[in-house]
Design a protein around this ligand. Sequence first.
Ligand SMILES: Nc1ncnc2c1ncn2[C@@H]1O[C@H](COP(=O)(O)OP(=O)(O)OP(=O)(O)O)[C@@H](O)[C@H]1O
Ligand SMILES: [Mg+2]
Length: 454
Amino acid sequence: MSRRVLVVDDEENLRLVLKTFLKRQGYQVETADNGASALGLVESFGPDFILTDVRMPRMGGIDLLQTLKAKGNEATVIVMSAYGNLDLAIEAMKAGAYDYVQKPFKNDELLLTLKKAEERESLRRENRALRQEVMRDSVFEEMLAKSDAMRLIFRTIAKVADFKTTALITGESGVGKELVARALHGRSERKDGPFVAVNCGAIPDNLLESELFGHKRGAFTDASSDRAGLFEQADGGTLFLDEIGELPLALQVKLLRVLQDDTVRRIGDSRDLKVNVRITAATHRDLTAEVAAGRFREDLFYRINVLHIHVPPLRERREDIPLLIDHFLQQNNLRLGTSIRAVSPDARRLLMEYSWPGNVRELENTIERAMVLSEGDVLTEVDLPDRIHQARDPIRLQLSSGELSIKKTSRVIEEVLIRRALQQTKGNRTRAAQLLEISHRALLYKIKDYQIDL
Ligand SMILES: Nc1ncnc2c1ncn2[C@@H]1O[C@H](COP(=O)(O)OP(=O)(O)OP(=O)(O)O)[C@@H](O)[C@H]1O
Ligand SMILES: [Mg+2]
């Protein structure tokens, strides 16, 4: 495939010479005599490379470059600048030019520069293709992940989605349990049916029963008309029982009945209604422990635990963090109208090291907050909340280092506590000693020992 080159120069002779030469080299060539007319050709001709002069009447090379970048055009620009105009060439490089050649140049010299650019261009294209491939592999319904643990979950979902088997999804808060439930629905034959989610912990016990099962008119004081419950509403689709660990025992019995014979009965009704609902349930609790404690029925537990999907906490699959960061950046840029393009390496390191007790939801909120606060177009350490900085605290680092010596570890902790106390009391040693619960004399000794400057 022959490459397209657009030559932009106000000197007619140069345009002619370059056109002839480059055509002989196998390129497709178009020419323009200034930036403004070049822009029109960029649209119609779609050049891979643009060779442009800097100084031209109407629109110069740097203006052209900036306009192209603003439009998101990806052509590789090489600037041709006259001897003595090095400053302009540098300015052009800053504006995003790939390289420059100094006029007057020999044809071979120009060709070499073009070849070099071409090589980079094909590398870039390969990279882009590779990235797209990785992305394709890392996206599953609304979830993004590249860790082995999550990919295994993706495969499991794809395999079992079509079965009506009840699935139990467990994992800490914010790991993505609801997204797993939605994916199970989205990948199944029921995907065009309803997906109804109910949080069993958020509805008062006395209302939950009629929410789930519906009621007949007059079944209780407030029941002024017949009402279908969520099971009926989810007919032909999926009912997602979130926080199933919070379901009261009385309702657990009723749920078990639905699971066993696919029928529900509205409160106050004497008829059973047939329903075709797939149940998925989620909990952040340890249901085996709940069973042992008598708070969750064992028979129901076995009935819903047929397929168990455990979503691991984010700190156990840190390789998913970069992907999620980039995803939330993009998402928020669209939603909030911000234009944050990157996260600084230091900030990224903090995000990678933090333990994320609130998992993906906490990461999502952290990124959003940082984007709102950020003053530039790159997120930096200062945009991250204190708790993430504190996670780098020397005591934690020491404790996770594997060091077993009590003596060495105590010294690290002691020094940190003393520095903190002195900071808090603005250097007041008497107050600091009180906070540390040591004598004033001991404090003075330790300040010297640890060489703490005040
Ligand atoms: N793999 C992922 N890719 C993209 N977004 C994710 C992923 N996992 C979680 N999220 C996002 O994180 C947030 C929390 O996810 P979700 O509500 O599914 O978690 P959960 O486990 O149900 O939490 P909770 O226990 O608090 O109910 C959501 O905004 C969700 O979109
Ligand atoms: Mg949830």
